[in-house]
Design a protein around this ligand. Structure first.
Ligand code: THU
Length: 138
């Protein structure tokens, strides 16, 4: 099973593929399944700005489309291409909601650089408290 440091390194690898000609803000994500597989994602922007896809959702949609449904953790790195590295890039609200669809809020972990050379770790519940999920519809 990958460590959180390894996942952050993989997120940096994924960030190299970021397509961000409009914002110049490049993001990478490494999504770990409960079986130890890793799916990478980057942000993909569009001339029609609203069609952009975040790195986290790219990783989730790749994984789900390959049949994965059980997730353990995600590492996310991002920042302006000419900005300081290692600054925290927290997932946007839409990505948190996508995580909520497939992940246990109490156990799914989100690894973010803290801006001081360390890694901060949050549960999904910490980043999306009292969220709306599939069980609310039953
Ligand atoms: N972005 C992500 O990919 N993930 C985040 O968590 C925050 C924002 C992207 C979307 C857009 O391409 C760029 O960063 C600026 O918002």
């Amino acid at each position: 099973m990958k460590t959180r440091e390894e996942l952050i390194t993989l997120a940096y690898d994924a960030r190299k593929q970021a397509y961000a000609p409009y914002s110049g803000f490049r993001v990478g994500a490494a999504l770990l399944t409960k079986n130890g597989a890793v799916y990478l994602g980057c942000n993909i922007e569009n001339a029609s700005y609203g069609a952009a896809n975040c790195a986290e959702r790219t990783a989730f949609f790749k994984a789900v489309s390959e049949g994965e449904r059980e997730f353990a953790a995600i590492a996310i790195v991002g920042g302006a291409e000419d900005g300081p590295s290692g600054r925290m890039c927290a997932p946007c609200g839409i990505c948190r909601q996508v995580m909520r669809e497939f992940c246990d809020p109490k156990t799914f972990l989100i690894f973010l650089e803290d801006g001081n050379g360390g890694i901060s770790e949050y549960t999904l519940e910490e980043l999306l408290p009292r969220g709306f999920g599939p069980e609310n519809l039953t």
